[in-house]
Design a protein around this ligand. Structure first.
Ligand SMILES: [Zn+2]
Length: 434
C-alpha cells in the first residue's frame, strides 16, 4: 500500500472520530459531496466532532479554505458505502445558498480543482481512463471521480456542483497532463462551446443512470455506454435529454439507454469545432529600423526627447535623414539627423526625436496582447476575478498565462516553475505584460 500523506493546502484540522483507521484499500478515486448547507468548513468540523454526528469527509472546501476532518490514510464515513469510502478521498463543498440547485461559489470550484490536483499528484492510484494520473468521470462508479448519489439515494452533490464535473476533470487533467509531458509546452484546452442538441441527432452516451422523467431524481437503472438517438429535449431540466439507444445506429454499438439523462453524459459525434481553414501567409513586414539607417522624413515636427509632446522649433522639411538613436515603445521613438542623410541635396533639416508616422515606410509594431503563454505581473491593488484578495507572494511573482477567454485570464504557473496549480482567474486589465 502506498505511503499516505495529507494535503499541504489544509488551513484547519479536525480529528473527527467517525472513521475507520486505517483504510483497507489503495486510494483510487475522489468522491464529491455538497454540504447541503451554507455552514463554513469550520462549522461542519465542529458538528462532525459531536458524538451524535456519526459522519465525516476527508476534506471540506468553502470560502477558499480547506479543512481536513479525516486523514487520507483513514476511511471517512461519507458516502453510505464502505467499499467506496475505503478507496476514495471524500470532499464536501460548502453551498453559497440553500435549496435547489444548491449552488457553490465559482471561487470554491477553483479551490476544489486545486485540491484535486494536489490529491492526484500525491496518489498515483487515481487515474484517467488512459491510465495516466488524473480524473475520469463517466457517470458511473467505475470512474475515478464519483458523486455521492452513485452510492446512495440522495441528491448529493446537488445539481450545481454535479454540473461542474466535466469542467473539474478538464482543468485538473490539463495541469497533470502538462506535468506528465514535461517537455511539451502547456497547451491549455479551450473551453468547450455549449452543445446544441437536436431531436433526431445520433450521439454518444457515456453510460450511467436514466430516469423516467426530465425532473425525476431517482434513476430507473444504470445503462451502458454507446450510441443513441435524441428523441426529446427539456432544456434546463435536471435530465434534459431523452435518449433511445435502440435507435442509435445499425452498427451494434448502441447503448441500452431508454429514458431521460443528464446532458453531462452526452457527447456529440460531430467534431465540436469546425477545422480551421488554412491561414493565408502573413504580408511581409516593413523592415525594422536600425541605428545607421538612411530614411525619408516626410516633414513635420521634431521633439527634444523621446517622450515630449511639445515640438522643439518649427516644422522640419521633407528629405533624407539618418537614424541615430531608437527608443522603441516611446511616443517619439526615432532620433533623426538630416545633415547625415547623405551627400548632395535632398536632406531634411530635422534634428531630433520624431514619431514613426513621419518616416516613409515605417509602421508601428503590432501591439502586444496578453494571450496564453504571455508572461505577466499583477498590478498593485488588484483582486482575483472573484473579488477575493491576492496573497503578497503571488503579487510579487511573474506568471505565465494559462488561458484567456475575453477579459478573463487564468494564471497557473510562475515563470520559474517553482509554483504551479494556482489556477486563478483575473481580469486582463489587472495584468502588465512582461
Ligand atoms: Zn454527500
Amino acid at each position: 500500500m502506498s505511503n499516505f500523506t495529507n494535503s499541504p493546502m489544509v488551513n484547519v484540522t479536525f480529528n473527527v472520530p467517525h472513521r475507520n483507521s486505517p483504510r483497507n484499500a489503495e486510494i483510487t478515486a475522489i468522491t464529491l459531496h455538497h454540504f447541503a448547507s451554507t455552514a463554513t468548513v469550520d462549522n461542519i468540523g465542529g458538528w462532525f466532532m459531536q458524538a451524535a454526528a456519526r459522519a465525516s469527509y476527508n476534506y471540506g472546501v468553502g470560502n477558499r479554505r480547506t479543512a481536513m476532518y479525516v486523514e487520507e490514510r483513514n476511511r471517512s464515513w461519507a458516502s453510505s458505502n464502505a467499499a467506496n469510502d475505503h478507496r476514495a478521498i471524500t470532499i464536501g463543498v460548502q453551498n453559497s445558498a440553500r435549496g435547489n440547485p444548491w449552488p457553490i461559489a465559482d471561487s470554491d470550484e477553483l479551490h476544489l480543482i486545486q485540491l484535486c490536483i494536489d490529491i492526484c499528484r500525491r496518489n498515483p492510484g487515481i487515474r484517467q481512463e488512459n491510465g495516466t494520473r488524473g480524473l475520469w468521470y463517466n457517470g458511473t462508479s467505475r470512474g475515478s471521480l464519483t458523486r455521492h448519489n452513485m452510492f446512495a439515494n440522495t441528491d448529493c452533490p446537488g445539481r450545481d456542483l454535479g454540473g461542474r464535473f466535466q469542467n473539474i476533470v478538464r482543468q485538473v487533467n490539463a495541469v497533470l497532463d502538462a506535468e506528465f509531458n514535461q517537455n511539451q509546452p502547456v497547451t491549455p484546452q479551450p473551453p468547450t462551446p455549449p452543445n446544441t442538441w437536436t431531436i433526431g441527432q445520433i450521439v454518444q452516451f457515456a453510460g450511467g443512470p436514466h430516469f423516467v422523467g426530465s425532473t425525476v431524481a431517482t434513476p430507473s437503472g444504470e445503462r451502458r455506454a454507446g450510441r443513441a438517438q435524441i428523441t426529446a429535449l427539456a432544456p434546463g431540466a435536471r435530465n434534459s435529454i431523452h435518449l433511445v439507444g435502440s435507435l442509435g445506429n445499425a452498427g451494434g454499438n448502441n447503448s441500452n439507454v431508454h429514458g431521460w439523462v443528464d446532458a453531462n453524459l452526452v457527447t456529440s459525434l460531430e467534431p465540436v469545432a469546425p477545422p480551421q481553414p488554412p491561414q493565408p501567409p502573413a504580408p511581409p513586414r516593413p523592415p525594422v529600423l536600425s541605428v545607421g539607417d538612411i530614411v525619408t522624413f516626410k516633414g513635420g515636427p521634431h521633439f527634444g526627447n523621446s517622450l515630449s509632446a511639445t515640438p522643439s522649433g518649427t516644422t522640419r522639411s521633407v528629405g533624407r535623414a539618418r537614424v541615430t538613436a531608437l527608443a522603441n515603445g516611446r511616443r517619439n521613438p526615432v532620433h533623426l539627423v538630416g545633415s547625415q542623410g547623405g551627400s548632395g541635396s535632398g536632406n531634411s533639416n530635422v534634428h531630433g526625436w520624431v514619431t514613426l508616422d513621419r518616416i516613409d515606410g515605417a509602421t508601428p509594431p503590432p501591439p502586444r496582447v496578453i494571450a496564453a503563454g504571455s508572461h505577466v505581473r499583477i498590478q498593485p491593488g488588484s483582486t482575483w476575478f472573484t473579488g477575493l484578495g491576492i496573497p503578497a507572494s503571488i503579487m510579487t511573482d511573474t506568471w505565465v498565462v494559462l488561458s484567456r477567454n475575453g477579459d478573463r485570464v487564468v494564471l497557473n504557473t510562475n515563470v520559474t516553475g517553482t509554483r504551479t496549480g494556482i489556477m486563478s482567474p483575473i481580469h486582463v486589465n489587472r495584468l502588465t505584460l512582461i
